[in-house]
Design a protein around this ligand. Structure first.
Ligand code: MN
Length: 495
């Protein structure tokens, strides 16, 4: 389990049942927590809290959860009936992610033995509904998971929710470094940074490129050489980049940039960053491999000043820690039209994260027409077939919208002998025509976060918890209904 953060497990009941029953409630809660902690499915430790039976006790527990930094969220279970007026005062103070685990201690009904004592001890079925009512009535954002607590599927759902809770806490404390401004004239990468900080906590800090250049110039030769040797062993390396090769200095320069950015981010406590090729004064190369390796270490990144995608990438890297698979900055680059088998080739000039790679990764240096700088070093690879999704966050002026498209990644039918960048090939759901139409009607950007591990369900939870609009394009998407959803959402968010 990951260090540093915990989830609190709170159990609702009431005094009516007497001491003996409440002791059993506490014991049941302890057993559920133990089982979840030992399941290996939830990335953060769950801590059982005393059974809550009064309004004051609930209030004090929630206030404590809110003010305790290590607590990233609350899992609430109504073991018995906990009259929900008792929860009002506490819930009014809640500002951390809430999971309502609608489960019951006993899995099955003991048909021959069941009596009223059993019924009274296993009444989550209606206790959970009383709790649900007050949450709905008060408009409390929360996630409901129904099922038996030992079921693997339930435990996995809790694990994915926990990673979203962690991502919410990270978002609220996220600092993004923006080197240079926006690519001139580009619209979608802009946005209201004050609104983003109020809504999600994203703090965007702007820096002149000179601030970064001076950090790069301080990087020592020793550490650069050591890392160059490390990468030459780790990746399939072009001859010219090896020791004594004609372009070896391109690699050492690229790694100076990598160290420089990393030190800048570490010193300032930044979890994400942006660059723009229109603002590189004093830099010898556009950062390529530097950005790729920093993404692989968990940093968020957006090209051309795209701070929203940088922040979303970091957020989704955290969500993705619930399972195996990679998450990267991505751009829809070019199409392959072939009816129902039409495909998108996704890539960027350089900056695709090797966490999504399948097969060999090669380290190469090539000329880059854009940016007017020396030839940048980059990692080149393919992405394996499988399920994935693209997500993008756009600013609609009065609100942000998250657009998600589920994808089926396909293996390239042929090599790309002349393509010097990492790339992914996918079929958008339900097909290219509907997928691209829906994305464009929704205003989705050309930049996105591509993930093999984050699920649509997690993004829905994230959007719910932060009050953000989300629209999903999947295998069931019908364009007429989707466009109606966009129209209805306009009304909903204008109320
Ligand atoms: Mn771009």
């Amino acid at each position: 389990m990951k260090e540093g953060h915990k989830l609190w497990f709170i159990v609702g009941s009431q005094h009516l049942y007497g001491e003996e029953t409440l002791k059993q409630v506490a014991e049941h809660s302890r057993k559920i927590v133990e089982s979840l902690n030992s399941s290996g499915k939830v990335g953060w430790e769950i801590v059982p809290k005393p059974v809550l039976t009064t309004s004051d006790q609930i209030y004090r527990t929630i206030i404590e959860a809110v003010s305790t930094e290590e607590c990233i969220g609350l899992i609430a279970w109504m073991h018995t009936f906990s009259p929900a007026k008792m929860w009002i005062k506490g819930l009014k103070s809640l500002n951390k992610p809430l999971l309502h685990l609608h489960t019951q201690f006993n899995k099955e009904i003991p048909w021959n033995e069941i009596d009223m004592d059993f019924m009274n001890l296993n009444q989550s079925a209606h206790g959970g509904r009383e709790f649900g009512y007050i949450n709905t009535r008060m408009g409390i954002p929360r996630t409901v998971i129904t099922g038996f607590w030992q079921d693997e599927d339930v435990q996995n759902q809790i694990g994915r929710w926990a990673a979203v809770a962690k991502a919410v806490v990270e978002s609220r404390n996220m600092k993004i470094a923006r080197f240079g401004d926006n690519m001139r004239d580009v619209a979608v990468t802009e946005g209201n940074k004050v609104s983003a900080q109020i809504d999600f906590g994203y703090e965007v800090h702007g820096y002149g490129i000179g601030d970064l250049v001076s950090c790069i110039e301080e990087v020592g030769n020793g550490e650069v050489q050591a890392r160059a040797d490390e990468y030459t062993t780790k990746y399939k390396t072009s001859e010219s980049l090896k020791t004594g090769g004609a372009s070896r200095s391109s690699l050492t320069e690229a790694l100076k940039i990598e160290f420089g950015i990393e030190k800048f981010l570490q010193t300032g406590g930044f979890k994400a960053f942006t660059t723009t090729f229109e603002n590189l004064y004093g830099m010898k190369q556009l950062p390529g491999i530097a950005v790729q390796n920093l993404m692989a270490k968990g940093y968020g990144f957006g090209a051309e000043g795209d701070w929203k995608t940088a922040a979303l990438l970091r957020t989704m890297k955290v969500m993705g820690s619930a399972a195996e698979g990679g998450t990267s900055f991505m751009e829809d680059y070019t199409y392959h039209f072939d009816g129902e088998d039409s495909l998108v080739l996704g890539a960027h000039m350089l900056e695709v994260c090797p966490s999504i790679a399948g097969g060999e990764i090669s380290m190469e240096v090539h000329q880059l027409g854009i940016g007017g700088k020396a030839d940048p070093v980059r990692l080149v690879f393919n992405v394996p077939a499988g399920q994935a999704l693209n997500a993008t966050m756009i600013d609609l002026g009065k609100r942000f919208r998250l657009v998600v498209n589920e994808l089926e990644v396909v293996a390239p039918p042929a090599g790309f002998p002349k393509l010097p960048v990492a790339r992914a090939l996918w079929r958008p759901m339900p097909n290219l025509e509907v997928g691209a139409n829906a994305w464009i009607y929704a205003g989705g950007a050309h930049h996105s976060v591509f993930s093999q591990v984050v699920t649509t369900e997690q993004l829905r939870i994230f959007a719910d918890l932060l009050g953000m609009e989300i629209v999903v394009i999947d295998s069931a998407t019908n364009l007429v209904d989707f466009r109606n959803e966009l129209r209805w959402n306009e009304t909903y968010y204008s109320l």
